[in-house]
Design a protein around this ligand. Structure first.
Ligand SMILES: Nc1nc2c(c(=O)[nH]1)N[C@H]1C(S)=C(S)[C@@H](COP(=O)(O)OP(=O)(O)OC[C@H]3O[C@@H](n4cnc5c(=O)[nH]c(N)nc54)[C@H](O)[C@@H]3O)O[C@H]1N2
Ligand SMILES: Nc1nc2c(c(=O)[nH]1)N[C@H]1C(S)=C(S)[C@@H](COP(=O)(O)OP(=O)(O)OC[C@H]3O[C@@H](n4cnc5c(=O)[nH]c(N)nc54)[C@H](O)[C@@H]3O)O[C@H]1N2
Ligand SMILES: [Mo]
Length: 673
């Protein structure tokens, strides 16, 4: 996108760029509305007790208070008594500096971020299969010539509108689209085949499709032989996923399963792409592994034009997961428990490797331990609105209230900021430079296009200033390009190697794909063509078994709830609910019900309804639609307070990725008088 000045305002314009071809969604067109919104924070806020209101204070007082609270807490309760919570919307520079700030300035292990709620399951499954996780290991433009594209749990037509032009191009070129979703979404309506699956059963479907492929001799045995390891176990596991059994588990009929596998084997340029619908489950890693198994058995990953990919969500969903804001990670996608990685990063940071703490708690575990025995007592949040977006939000609010001290950096007084002891007003996207890495692994530079309002500072300035006040060792640059130069060195030799990427190259080349280990390296648009990033160079199969959702239906809670997104709103809604055009388009949540379910509950269109789970309740208005399964209701999670879907959702976590089960829990419906 480009920004033009018009009078004293800014206008967003489309720009011909290879990823979106100049396309933007409504949130993009209205995104400048928030730059000069009256709800924008322009001064630090503080209070000395939670009973008081937040009042404007100077930066010096606000930063001084944060430092004093940190020092007091660490003196009394140890280094790990400080927690940090980041976001996948932050630039690479911010994610990097936040991770460094935690390990070097605070020496706490307790740092994690909202990407744990977003793509951690796909990342874990991709990592264990291919040796590295990059959302798409190929450029998006490969989609245009696909013979078939399978979207598992993606409503791209509403969540990534510019992406859908690639689907159209593929379809115009004769390619077919298979969509797996419990709802007939705008994305599913474009599909050649829509599989309207029971929530939480995708793994069984993938195993079932592979079962049919094996039975029908459609497996690429030559590819399996030469490029993979571990297929024998998978062959054994999927043997018991015969089509009738899979129909019983998933609701996808035998005939639909057969059609699906026929469509997926009509050529070699086939893409299997997963998104949050398949991933946000307590078996999300295994579910993604099941689809990777299918893709591998069909001989797709690491070939020209075919493969598996994850449709990464947030602005910097890819880069945000590479540079160390994750509990178990150091920059360059390194593991914090790897001695070689620790030694390299410590040398860039100018400290002894032994000073770097070990792995900390994952996002929900971190939030759930706040103020509890052994958990953090001070929390600093940048780039997330956890009061609205974390599962079992009522429980998270209680934990936040139990903290000794909460500080939030934000542009607006989000639901989380409103509960803080100190709020710092932050510059937003158009007001500062920084790099973001898109879902293709293409590192992009966002240049500064507007002046920040007087009184706000950038996240980088805040972190650097806090580090200095805390007498942290080493250098603490706050200019994005200087931070990026340090990030390059820290990432050198890692899986996500940025060392050959510079701001100038990004501009000259319309972005550079990592890994890019030297300035004369062209970058890597297509990965795995010769070998996978595993030690033996092969892709690894993992035999995985279906499990029912952590909370299944019973007589008290007889309906599935699934949650997700609307076209007009973004995430916790902290930003989009403050844009009048978007707020008016969708002022409160609509809860989708099938006509049969509405009738059995005597509910009518527009009635107020309460969704009740074992954890809490959420209200919205009834929308009756036959596009949803009769055993499932859908509620968007973009609102706080009484309309917050996350008061209801289940925080059951995937054992490997620690991803919460946002996409399925058991509820009952109650009419609100
Ligand atoms: N408008 C808008 N766009 C966004 C965002 C936003 O908030 N608003 N957020 C961005 C971010 S951070 C992300 S992560 C992406 C997310 O992008 P998507 O993953 O496309 O979005 P969701 O709506 O969370 O989920 C997608 C679909 O999963 C389906 N689903 C639910 N349960 C299941 C299941 O058990 N199995 C399967 N197969 N499908 C299921 C839902 O019905 C839904 O249509 O969107 C990005 N784009
Ligand atoms: N029920 C349910 N819950 C979900 C999901 C779901 O599908 N269902 N999806 C999950 C997913 S995929 C995600 S990604 C999360 C997202 O949910 P959140 O992590 O809450 O993400 P945002 O709403 O984008 O919150 C970002 C906050 O940071 C602020 N902000 C924006 N830019 C900056 C910046 O540069 N610096 C600072 N300091 N602040 C900034 C914004 O104003 C906003 O308050 O929600 C998760 N929660
Ligand atoms: Mo996300």
């Amino acid at each position: 996108m480009t920004l033009h000045s018009a009078g004293d305002g800014l206008i967003v314009g489309a720009r011909d760029f290879p990823t979106n071809r100049g396309g933007l969604c409504q949130k993009g067109w209205t995104s400048t509305d928030l730059l000069d919104s009256p709800e924008r924070l322009t001064t630090p806020l503080m209070r000395s007790s939670r009973a008081e209101p937040l009042r404007p204070v100077s930066w010096d007082d606000a930063l001084g208070r944060i430092v004093a609270e940190i020092e007091d807490s660490q003196r009394a309760h140890g280094l790990d008594s400080i927690g940090l919570f980041g976001g996948g919307g932050l630039t690479n520079e911010k994610a990097y500096l936040l991770g460094k700030f935690a390990r070097v300035a605070l020496r706490t292990s307790n740092i994690d971020y909202n990407g744990r709620f977003c793509m951690s399951s796909a990342a874990a499954a991709g990592g264990r299969a291919f040796g590295v996780d990059r959302g798409l290991p190929f450029p998006l433009s490969d989609l245009a010539s696909a013979d078939a594209i399978m979207l598992v749990g993606s409503n791209a037509a509403e969540t990534m509108p510019p992406f859908t032009r690639w689907l159209s191009e593929a379809q115009d070129n004769g390619g077919v689209l298979v969509v797996v979703d419990p709802r007939r979404t705008p994305t599913a309506r474009r599909a050649t085949l829509h599989l309207q699956i029971t929530p939480g059963t995708d793994l069984a479907l993938a195993n079932g499709l592979l079962h049919i492929a094996l039975a029908d001799g459609l497996v690429d045995e030559q590819y399996v032989q030469s490029r993979t390891a571990g297929f024998d176990e998978v062959r054994r596991v999927v043997a018991s996923y015969w089509p009738e059994r899979v129909e019983r588990i998933t609701g996808v009929t035998v005939a639909e399963q057969r059609t699906a596998i026929r469509l997926l084997t009509r050529g070699k340029r086939v893409m299997v792409l997963s998104a949050r619908g398949a991933e946000q489950h307590s078996n999300g890693v295994d579910t993604v592994s099941a689809f990777i198994n299918l893709a591998l058995a069909l001989g797709l990953p690491g070939t020209e034009g075919g493969g598996y990919g994850c449709l990464t969500g947030q602005g910097n969903g890819q880069g945000g997961r590479e540079h160390g804001q994750k509990a178990d990670q150091l920059p360059g996608y390194r593991r914090i428990d790897d001695p070689v990685a620790r030694a390299h990063v410590a040398s860039v940071w100018g400290i002894d490797p032994a000073r770097i703490p070990g792995a900390g708690r994952s996002a929900f575990e971190l939030l759930d331990s706040l103020g509890a025995e052994g958990g953090p007592r001070v929390l600093l949040v940048l780039g997330s609105n956890v009061v609205v977006s974390a599962p079992s939000a009522g429980r998270v609010q209680k934990r936040l209230a139990a903290l000794d001290f909460l500080a939030v950096c934000d542009l607006v007084l989000s639901e989380t900021a409103a509960r803080a002891d100190v709020v710092l007003p932050i510059a937003q996207w158009a007001e500062e430079a920084g790099t973001m890495t898109n879902l293709e692994g293409r590192v992009l530079l966002r240049q500064r296009a507007a002046a920040a309002p007087a009184g706000v500072r950038t996240d980088l300035e805040v972190l650097a200033e806090l580090a200095e006040r805390l007498d942290a060792p080493g250098r603490w640059p706050s200019e994005p390009d200087e931070v990026f130069d340090e990030l390059r060195r820290a990432s050198a030799g890692g899986l996500a190697d940025y060392s050959g990427i510079s701001y100038q190259r990004i501009l000259d080349e319309d972005g550079v794909f990592w890994p890019c280990p030297s300035e004369d390296h062209p970058g890597t648009p297509r990965m795995f063509l010769d070998r996978f990033a595993t030690a033996d160079g092969r892709a690894h199969f993992f035999g995985v078994e279906h499990r029912q959702p952590a909370e299944d239906l019973d007589a008290d809670y007889p309906v599935y709830l699934t949650t997700g997104r609307l076209l007009q709103h973004y995430q916790s809604g902290a930003q989009t609910r403050r844009v009048p055009a978007l707020r008016e388009a969708q002022p409160e949540p609509m809860i989708e019900l099938h006509p049969d379910l509405a009738e059995s509950h005597q509910l009518e269109e527009g009635d107020r309804v309460r969704v009740v789970s074992r954890r809490g309740t959420a209200e919205g208005l009834v929308r009756i639609t036959d596009t949803i399964r009769a055993d499932t209701v859908f509620m968007p999670f973009h609102w706080g307070g009484a309309s917050s879907a996350n008061r209801v959702t289940n925080p059951a976590l995937d054992p490997i990725s620690k991803m919460p089960e946002f996409k399925v829990c058991a509820v009952r419906l109650e009419a609100v008088a």
